[in-house]
Design a protein around this ligand. Structure first.
Ligand code: C5P
Length: 410
Protein backbone atom coordinates (compact mmCIF):
# COMPACT_ATOMS: atom_id res chain seq x y z
CA UNK A 1 0.00 0.00 0.00
CA UNK A 2 1.28 3.42 -0.81
CA UNK A 3 0.21 7.03 -0.72
CA UNK A 4 2.78 8.06 -3.33
CA UNK A 5 1.48 11.04 -5.31
CA UNK A 6 -1.96 10.75 -3.75
CA UNK A 7 -3.74 14.03 -3.05
CA UNK A 8 -4.82 14.22 0.55
CA UNK A 9 -7.06 17.08 1.58
CA UNK A 10 -6.88 17.51 5.33
CA UNK A 11 -9.56 19.51 7.15
CA UNK A 12 -8.54 20.58 10.66
CA UNK A 13 -11.13 21.84 13.18
CA UNK A 14 -10.67 23.65 16.45
CA UNK A 15 -10.24 20.89 18.99
CA UNK A 16 -7.35 20.06 21.28
CA UNK A 17 -6.52 16.95 19.23
CA UNK A 18 -5.34 19.35 16.49
CA UNK A 19 -1.98 19.24 18.27
CA UNK A 20 -1.44 15.81 16.71
CA UNK A 21 -1.97 17.06 13.15
CA UNK A 22 1.62 18.21 12.50
CA UNK A 23 2.76 14.64 13.19
CA UNK A 24 0.07 13.29 10.88
CA UNK A 25 1.21 15.57 8.06
CA UNK A 26 4.79 14.43 8.62
CA UNK A 27 3.74 10.79 8.32
CA UNK A 28 1.78 11.47 5.14
CA UNK A 29 4.67 13.39 3.57
CA UNK A 30 7.04 10.54 4.50
CA UNK A 31 4.74 8.35 2.41
CA UNK A 32 5.21 10.79 -0.53
CA UNK A 33 1.64 12.06 -0.46
CA UNK A 34 0.60 15.57 -1.51
CA UNK A 35 -1.11 17.22 1.44
CA UNK A 36 -3.22 20.37 1.42
CA UNK A 37 -4.59 21.66 4.69
CA UNK A 38 -7.89 23.47 5.26
CA UNK A 39 -8.39 24.97 8.72
CA UNK A 40 -11.39 26.44 10.49
CA UNK A 41 -10.77 29.73 12.26
CA UNK A 42 -11.06 27.89 15.58
CA UNK A 43 -8.33 25.44 14.55
CA UNK A 44 -5.84 28.32 14.35
CA UNK A 45 -6.23 28.69 18.14
CA UNK A 46 -4.74 25.24 18.65
CA UNK A 47 -2.09 24.89 15.96
CA UNK A 48 -0.58 27.53 13.75
CA UNK A 49 -1.07 28.01 10.07
CA UNK A 50 2.69 28.43 9.71
CA UNK A 51 3.37 25.01 11.24
CA UNK A 52 0.90 23.24 8.99
CA UNK A 53 1.94 25.02 5.81
CA UNK A 54 5.64 24.44 6.53
CA UNK A 55 5.07 20.71 7.05
CA UNK A 56 2.69 20.29 4.11
CA UNK A 57 4.81 22.56 1.88
CA UNK A 58 1.61 24.17 0.65
CA UNK A 59 -0.36 27.23 1.69
CA UNK A 60 -3.08 26.59 4.26
CA UNK A 61 -6.62 27.64 3.31
CA UNK A 62 -9.30 28.93 5.65
CA UNK A 63 -11.71 31.41 4.06
CA UNK A 64 -13.58 31.01 0.82
CA UNK A 65 -12.85 34.63 0.02
CA UNK A 66 -9.12 35.18 -0.48
CA UNK A 67 -7.47 38.29 0.95
CA UNK A 68 -6.39 39.20 -2.53
CA UNK A 69 -7.17 37.61 -5.86
CA UNK A 70 -3.74 36.99 -7.33
CA UNK A 71 -4.42 33.98 -9.50
CA UNK A 72 -7.34 32.65 -11.53
CA UNK A 73 -7.60 29.64 -9.18
CA UNK A 74 -8.44 31.94 -6.28
CA UNK A 75 -11.92 32.57 -7.73
CA UNK A 76 -12.93 28.94 -7.52
CA UNK A 77 -10.65 27.36 -4.99
CA UNK A 78 -13.60 26.09 -2.92
CA UNK A 79 -14.50 23.92 -5.91
CA UNK A 80 -11.04 22.93 -7.11
CA UNK A 81 -9.98 21.64 -3.67
CA UNK A 82 -12.77 19.05 -3.72
CA UNK A 83 -11.89 18.10 -7.28
CA UNK A 84 -8.18 17.78 -6.47
CA UNK A 85 -8.57 15.40 -3.54
CA UNK A 86 -8.15 11.63 -3.75
CA UNK A 87 -9.39 11.52 -0.17
CA UNK A 88 -10.78 14.12 2.19
CA UNK A 89 -9.85 13.62 5.83
CA UNK A 90 -11.42 15.76 8.54
CA UNK A 91 -9.46 15.40 11.78
CA UNK A 92 -10.21 16.38 14.42
CA UNK A 93 -13.87 16.88 13.49
CA UNK A 94 -15.60 18.95 16.16
CA UNK A 95 -19.29 18.86 17.07
CA UNK A 96 -19.76 22.27 15.45
CA UNK A 97 -18.19 21.32 12.11
CA UNK A 98 -19.95 17.94 12.11
CA UNK A 99 -23.27 19.80 12.50
CA UNK A 100 -22.36 22.13 9.64
CA UNK A 101 -21.39 19.25 7.38
CA UNK A 102 -24.63 17.39 8.11
CA UNK A 103 -26.64 20.55 7.48
CA UNK A 104 -24.88 21.29 4.19
CA UNK A 105 -23.49 24.60 5.38
CA UNK A 106 -20.40 25.85 3.60
CA UNK A 107 -19.19 29.10 5.07
CA UNK A 108 -15.48 28.30 4.98
CA UNK A 109 -13.06 26.36 2.82
CA UNK A 110 -13.26 23.23 4.95
CA UNK A 111 -17.05 22.88 4.74
CA UNK A 112 -17.31 24.05 1.11
CA UNK A 113 -14.73 21.48 0.00
CA UNK A 114 -16.78 18.79 1.72
CA UNK A 115 -19.62 19.57 -0.65
CA UNK A 116 -17.45 19.72 -3.75
CA UNK A 117 -15.55 16.49 -3.07
CA UNK A 118 -16.09 14.12 -5.99
CA UNK A 119 -18.71 11.55 -4.96
CA UNK A 120 -16.47 8.57 -5.74
CA UNK A 121 -13.74 9.74 -3.36
CA UNK A 122 -13.52 8.56 0.23
CA UNK A 123 -14.32 11.00 2.97
CA UNK A 124 -12.98 10.10 6.40
CA UNK A 125 -14.30 11.90 9.46
CA UNK A 126 -12.49 11.55 12.78
CA UNK A 127 -14.71 13.04 15.51
CA UNK A 128 -12.76 14.07 18.60
CA UNK A 129 -14.29 15.78 21.58
CA UNK A 130 -15.38 15.33 25.16
CA UNK A 131 -17.11 11.98 25.77
CA UNK A 132 -20.42 13.55 26.84
CA UNK A 133 -20.42 15.78 23.77
CA UNK A 134 -19.72 12.82 21.51
CA UNK A 135 -22.58 10.83 23.02
CA UNK A 136 -25.04 13.72 22.76
CA UNK A 137 -28.10 13.12 20.58
CA UNK A 138 -27.30 15.94 18.17
CA UNK A 139 -23.75 14.76 17.49
CA UNK A 140 -24.93 11.16 17.07
CA UNK A 141 -27.76 12.24 14.77
CA UNK A 142 -25.40 14.27 12.59
CA UNK A 143 -22.82 11.48 12.43
CA UNK A 144 -25.58 9.01 11.54
CA UNK A 145 -26.63 11.26 8.68
CA UNK A 146 -23.05 11.58 7.45
CA UNK A 147 -22.53 7.80 7.59
CA UNK A 148 -25.72 7.20 5.67
CA UNK A 149 -24.59 9.62 3.03
CA UNK A 150 -21.29 8.04 2.11
CA UNK A 151 -18.86 9.37 4.75
CA UNK A 152 -16.76 7.00 6.78
CA UNK A 153 -16.99 8.03 10.41
CA UNK A 154 -14.14 6.62 12.46
CA UNK A 155 -15.17 6.29 16.08
CA UNK A 156 -13.00 8.10 18.58
CA UNK A 157 -11.09 5.98 21.03
CA UNK A 158 -11.70 5.61 24.75
CA UNK A 159 -9.22 6.89 27.27
CA UNK A 160 -8.13 10.02 29.06
CA UNK A 161 -9.59 13.23 27.63
CA UNK A 162 -8.33 16.80 27.78
CA UNK A 163 -10.80 17.47 30.59
CA UNK A 164 -8.94 14.94 32.74
CA UNK A 165 -11.97 12.65 32.60
CA UNK A 166 -12.01 9.28 30.90
CA UNK A 167 -14.43 8.68 28.06
CA UNK A 168 -14.91 7.97 24.37
CA UNK A 169 -13.72 10.99 22.46
CA UNK A 170 -9.99 10.69 21.81
CA UNK A 171 -8.80 11.10 18.26
CA UNK A 172 -6.78 8.05 17.14
CA UNK A 173 -3.00 8.50 17.07
CA UNK A 174 -1.50 9.91 13.83
CA UNK A 175 -0.04 6.48 12.89
CA UNK A 176 -3.53 4.96 13.06
CA UNK A 177 -5.04 7.80 11.03
CA UNK A 178 -2.30 7.49 8.40
CA UNK A 179 -2.93 3.74 8.14
CA UNK A 180 -6.69 4.32 7.78
CA UNK A 181 -6.07 6.85 5.02
CA UNK A 182 -3.75 4.40 3.25
CA UNK A 183 -6.41 1.69 3.32
CA UNK A 184 -9.12 4.08 2.17
CA UNK A 185 -7.11 5.45 -0.72
CA UNK A 186 -5.69 2.20 -2.01
CA UNK A 187 -8.97 0.34 -1.83
CA UNK A 188 -10.97 3.50 -2.47
CA UNK A 189 -13.20 2.11 0.22
CA UNK A 190 -14.13 -1.03 -1.72
CA UNK A 191 -17.47 0.06 -3.11
CA UNK A 192 -19.88 -1.99 -1.11
CA UNK A 193 -23.09 -3.37 -2.56
CA UNK A 194 -24.69 -2.39 0.72
CA UNK A 195 -24.08 1.30 0.03
CA UNK A 196 -27.46 3.05 0.18
CA UNK A 197 -29.34 -0.16 1.05
CA UNK A 198 -31.75 -0.27 3.92
CA UNK A 199 -31.25 -3.02 6.51
CA UNK A 200 -33.47 -4.05 9.38
CA UNK A 201 -31.72 -6.15 12.01
CA UNK A 202 -33.36 -7.72 15.04
CA UNK A 203 -31.06 -8.38 17.99
CA UNK A 204 -30.99 -9.58 21.56
CA UNK A 205 -33.55 -11.54 23.53
CA UNK A 206 -37.21 -10.78 24.04
CA UNK A 207 -39.02 -10.78 27.37
CA UNK A 208 -42.43 -12.35 27.74
CA UNK A 209 -44.25 -11.19 30.83
CA UNK A 210 -45.71 -13.68 33.31
CA UNK A 211 -46.86 -10.97 35.69
CA UNK A 212 -45.72 -7.42 36.31
CA UNK A 213 -42.39 -8.49 37.87
CA UNK A 214 -41.50 -11.76 36.14
CA UNK A 215 -40.79 -12.77 32.59
CA UNK A 216 -39.54 -15.57 30.35
CA UNK A 217 -36.37 -14.78 28.42
CA UNK A 218 -33.01 -16.21 27.34
CA UNK A 219 -29.28 -15.47 27.58
CA UNK A 220 -28.90 -13.62 24.27
CA UNK A 221 -26.59 -10.61 24.66
CA UNK A 222 -27.38 -8.99 21.30
CA UNK A 223 -23.67 -8.82 20.43
CA UNK A 224 -23.96 -10.53 17.04
CA UNK A 225 -26.83 -8.34 15.85
CA UNK A 226 -25.11 -5.17 17.07
CA UNK A 227 -21.87 -6.21 15.32
CA UNK A 228 -23.80 -6.72 12.08
CA UNK A 229 -25.45 -3.30 12.45
CA UNK A 230 -22.10 -1.57 13.03
CA UNK A 231 -20.45 -3.35 10.09
CA UNK A 232 -23.35 -2.59 7.73
CA UNK A 233 -23.30 1.12 8.57
CA UNK A 234 -19.59 1.22 7.80
CA UNK A 235 -20.43 -0.16 4.35
CA UNK A 236 -22.80 2.71 3.75
CA UNK A 237 -26.10 1.00 4.56
CA UNK A 238 -28.93 2.64 6.47
CA UNK A 239 -29.58 0.38 9.45
CA UNK A 240 -32.56 0.06 11.77
CA UNK A 241 -31.73 -2.11 14.74
CA UNK A 242 -34.74 -3.49 16.59
CA UNK A 243 -33.23 -4.46 19.92
CA UNK A 244 -34.66 -6.47 22.75
CA UNK A 245 -33.46 -5.62 26.28
CA UNK A 246 -29.65 -5.60 26.08
CA UNK A 247 -26.85 -3.61 27.69
CA UNK A 248 -24.99 -2.51 24.59
CA UNK A 249 -24.25 0.97 23.27
CA UNK A 250 -25.85 1.90 19.96
CA UNK A 251 -23.29 1.65 17.15
CA UNK A 252 -22.59 4.94 15.39
CA UNK A 253 -25.03 5.80 12.69
CA UNK A 254 -27.57 3.14 13.61
CA UNK A 255 -31.23 3.94 14.11
CA UNK A 256 -32.17 1.90 17.20
CA UNK A 257 -35.63 0.91 18.34
CA UNK A 258 -35.86 -0.69 21.77
CA UNK A 259 -38.55 -3.28 22.33
CA UNK A 260 -39.31 -5.79 25.05
CA UNK A 261 -41.67 -8.52 23.87
CA UNK A 262 -41.82 -10.49 20.63
CA UNK A 263 -45.12 -8.85 19.78
CA UNK A 264 -43.50 -5.41 20.09
CA UNK A 265 -40.56 -6.58 17.97
CA UNK A 266 -42.98 -7.90 15.39
CA UNK A 267 -44.91 -4.62 15.24
CA UNK A 268 -41.72 -2.58 14.83
CA UNK A 269 -40.48 -4.95 12.11
CA UNK A 270 -43.74 -4.98 10.17
CA UNK A 271 -43.68 -1.21 9.86
CA UNK A 272 -40.38 -1.57 8.00
CA UNK A 273 -41.10 -4.56 5.76
CA UNK A 274 -41.69 -2.48 2.66
CA UNK A 275 -38.82 -0.03 3.02
CA UNK A 276 -36.14 -2.58 3.82
CA UNK A 277 -33.85 -4.31 1.31
CA UNK A 278 -32.36 -6.84 3.70
CA UNK A 279 -33.90 -8.21 6.88
CA UNK A 280 -31.55 -9.98 9.28
CA UNK A 281 -33.12 -11.84 12.17
CA UNK A 282 -30.33 -12.02 14.71
CA UNK A 283 -32.66 -11.84 17.70
CA UNK A 284 -33.20 -14.85 19.92
CA UNK A 285 -36.93 -14.43 19.84
CA UNK A 286 -38.99 -16.24 22.48
CA UNK A 287 -41.08 -18.78 20.63
CA UNK A 288 -43.82 -18.77 23.26
CA UNK A 289 -45.39 -16.26 25.64
CA UNK A 290 -47.67 -16.76 28.63
CA UNK A 291 -51.26 -16.88 27.42
CA UNK A 292 -52.29 -14.51 30.19
CA UNK A 293 -50.26 -11.72 31.61
CA UNK A 294 -51.33 -11.43 35.23
CA UNK A 295 -51.58 -7.88 36.56
CA UNK A 296 -49.57 -7.31 39.76
CA UNK A 297 -47.54 -10.15 41.35
CA UNK A 298 -48.65 -13.79 41.41
CA UNK A 299 -48.71 -15.15 44.99
CA UNK A 300 -47.12 -18.51 45.81
CA UNK A 301 -50.25 -20.26 47.04
CA UNK A 302 -49.40 -23.80 45.94
CA UNK A 303 -46.37 -26.06 45.43
CA UNK A 304 -46.75 -26.18 41.69
CA UNK A 305 -48.03 -23.75 39.16
CA UNK A 306 -48.90 -23.98 35.53
CA UNK A 307 -48.30 -21.34 32.96
CA UNK A 308 -50.02 -21.86 29.64
CA UNK A 309 -47.84 -20.69 26.80
CA UNK A 310 -48.98 -19.67 23.34
CA UNK A 311 -46.90 -19.39 20.16
CA UNK A 312 -45.38 -16.04 19.32
CA UNK A 313 -45.39 -14.65 15.81
CA UNK A 314 -42.26 -15.50 13.81
CA UNK A 315 -40.83 -12.08 13.01
CA UNK A 316 -38.40 -13.25 10.34
CA UNK A 317 -40.78 -15.70 8.65
CA UNK A 318 -43.39 -12.92 8.59
CA UNK A 319 -40.97 -10.81 6.58
CA UNK A 320 -40.09 -13.69 4.23
CA UNK A 321 -43.72 -14.44 3.46
CA UNK A 322 -44.36 -11.03 2.00
CA UNK A 323 -40.85 -10.39 0.63
CA UNK A 324 -40.48 -8.98 -2.87
CA UNK A 325 -37.85 -10.25 -5.32
CA UNK A 326 -35.35 -7.48 -4.56
CA UNK A 327 -35.47 -8.20 -0.81
CA UNK A 328 -33.29 -10.66 1.11
CA UNK A 329 -34.13 -12.50 4.31
CA UNK A 330 -31.28 -13.69 6.53
CA UNK A 331 -31.66 -15.72 9.69
CA UNK A 332 -29.73 -17.50 12.39
CA UNK A 333 -30.18 -21.05 13.47
CA UNK A 334 -28.86 -21.71 16.94
CA UNK A 335 -28.67 -25.46 17.36
CA UNK A 336 -27.24 -28.11 19.61
CA UNK A 337 -23.92 -29.10 17.98
CA UNK A 338 -24.15 -31.41 14.98
CA UNK A 339 -27.57 -30.34 13.79
CA UNK A 340 -26.66 -28.57 10.59
CA UNK A 341 -29.67 -30.10 8.86
CA UNK A 342 -31.95 -28.17 11.22
CA UNK A 343 -30.43 -24.99 9.78
CA UNK A 344 -31.12 -26.23 6.22
CA UNK A 345 -34.72 -26.93 7.22
CA UNK A 346 -35.06 -23.46 8.68
CA UNK A 347 -33.70 -21.96 5.47
CA UNK A 348 -36.51 -23.68 3.55
CA UNK A 349 -39.32 -23.31 6.06
CA UNK A 350 -38.69 -19.63 6.65
CA UNK A 351 -37.97 -19.01 2.95
CA UNK A 352 -34.59 -17.48 3.74
CA UNK A 353 -31.86 -16.42 1.34
CA UNK A 354 -29.15 -17.16 3.89
CA UNK A 355 -29.00 -18.87 7.23
CA UNK A 356 -26.18 -18.72 9.78
CA UNK A 357 -25.92 -21.97 11.71
CA UNK A 358 -24.29 -21.64 15.09
CA UNK A 359 -23.97 -23.71 18.20
CA UNK A 360 -23.48 -22.75 21.80
CA UNK A 361 -20.80 -23.83 24.21
CA UNK A 362 -20.65 -20.63 26.21
CA UNK A 363 -16.89 -20.36 25.57
CA UNK A 364 -16.28 -19.88 21.83
CA UNK A 365 -19.76 -19.56 20.40
CA UNK A 366 -23.35 -18.79 21.18
CA UNK A 367 -24.85 -16.40 23.68
CA UNK A 368 -22.95 -13.77 25.68
CA UNK A 369 -19.43 -14.59 24.43
CA UNK A 370 -17.50 -12.26 22.07
CA UNK A 371 -16.66 -14.91 19.47
CA UNK A 372 -18.68 -17.15 17.21
CA UNK A 373 -18.29 -20.05 14.82
CA UNK A 374 -20.79 -19.75 11.98
CA UNK A 375 -21.62 -21.93 9.03
CA UNK A 376 -23.45 -19.96 6.38
CA UNK A 377 -25.77 -21.76 3.98
CA UNK A 378 -27.40 -19.87 1.15
CA UNK A 379 -30.52 -20.68 -0.84
CA UNK A 380 -28.38 -22.12 -3.67
CA UNK A 381 -26.92 -24.61 -1.12
CA UNK A 382 -23.50 -22.94 -1.08
CA UNK A 383 -21.85 -23.51 2.29
CA UNK A 384 -19.31 -21.16 3.90
CA UNK A 385 -17.71 -22.54 7.02
CA UNK A 386 -16.28 -19.64 9.00
CA UNK A 387 -13.57 -20.31 11.58
CA UNK A 388 -13.67 -19.11 15.19
CA UNK A 389 -13.91 -15.33 14.84
CA UNK A 390 -14.72 -12.31 16.94
CA UNK A 391 -18.38 -11.40 16.46
CA UNK A 392 -17.22 -8.22 14.68
CA UNK A 393 -15.17 -10.20 12.17
CA UNK A 394 -17.92 -12.81 11.80
CA UNK A 395 -20.29 -9.92 10.99
CA UNK A 396 -17.92 -8.63 8.29
CA UNK A 397 -17.63 -12.06 6.69
CA UNK A 398 -21.37 -12.57 6.85
CA UNK A 399 -21.91 -9.26 5.06
CA UNK A 400 -19.34 -10.32 2.42
CA UNK A 401 -21.44 -13.42 1.77
CA UNK A 402 -24.63 -11.33 1.65
CA UNK A 403 -22.96 -9.07 -0.91
CA UNK A 404 -21.97 -12.12 -3.01
CA UNK A 405 -25.57 -13.26 -2.86
CA UNK A 406 -26.75 -9.84 -4.02
CA UNK A 407 -24.42 -10.09 -7.03
CA UNK A 408 -25.46 -13.64 -7.92
CA UNK A 409 -29.16 -12.69 -7.72
CA UNK A 410 -28.75 -9.87 -10.19
O1 C5P B 1 -36.00 -19.79 16.93
P1 C5P B 1 -35.56 -20.23 15.56
O2 C5P B 1 -34.44 -21.20 15.59
O3 C5P B 1 -36.69 -20.63 14.68
O4 C5P B 1 -34.91 -18.90 14.94
C1 C5P B 1 -34.42 -18.88 13.62
C2 C5P B 1 -34.43 -17.48 13.08
O5 C5P B 1 -35.75 -16.94 13.10
C3 C5P B 1 -33.58 -16.46 13.81
O6 C5P B 1 -32.99 -15.67 12.82
C4 C5P B 1 -34.56 -15.67 14.65
O7 C5P B 1 -34.15 -14.32 14.81
C5 C5P B 1 -35.83 -15.75 13.82
N1 C5P B 1 -37.07 -15.82 14.63
C6 C5P B 1 -37.96 -14.78 14.58
N2 C5P B 1 -39.14 -14.87 15.29
C7 C5P B 1 -39.42 -15.96 16.04
C8 C5P B 1 -38.50 -17.02 16.10
C9 C5P B 1 -37.32 -16.92 15.39
O8 C5P B 1 -37.71 -13.78 13.92
N3 C5P B 1 -40.55 -16.01 16.70
Amino acid sequence: MSLKDKNILLGVCGGIAAYKIPTLIRLLKERDANVRVLMTQAATRFVTELTLSTLSQEPVWKDIFPDSVSAKEDWTRHISMGEWADVYVIAPATANTIAKLAAGMCDDMLTASFITLRPDKPNLIFPAMDGEMFASPSVQRNLAWLSRNGCTVINPESGELASGKCGTGRMPEPETIAATIETAVTENLRRSKLQGKSLVITAGPTREKIDDVRFISNYSSGKMGFALAAAAVKRGAGVTLIAGPVHLPTPNGVDRIDVESTEEMNRAAKERYRSCDIFIGAAAVADYRPANHVAGKIKKNSNTMEIILVRNPDVLAGFSKQKKTHQLAVGFSLETAGNLDNAREKLEQKELDLVAYNTFDGITSGFEVDTNILTLIDKHSNVHELPLLSKNEAAEQMLDVIEELMSSDK
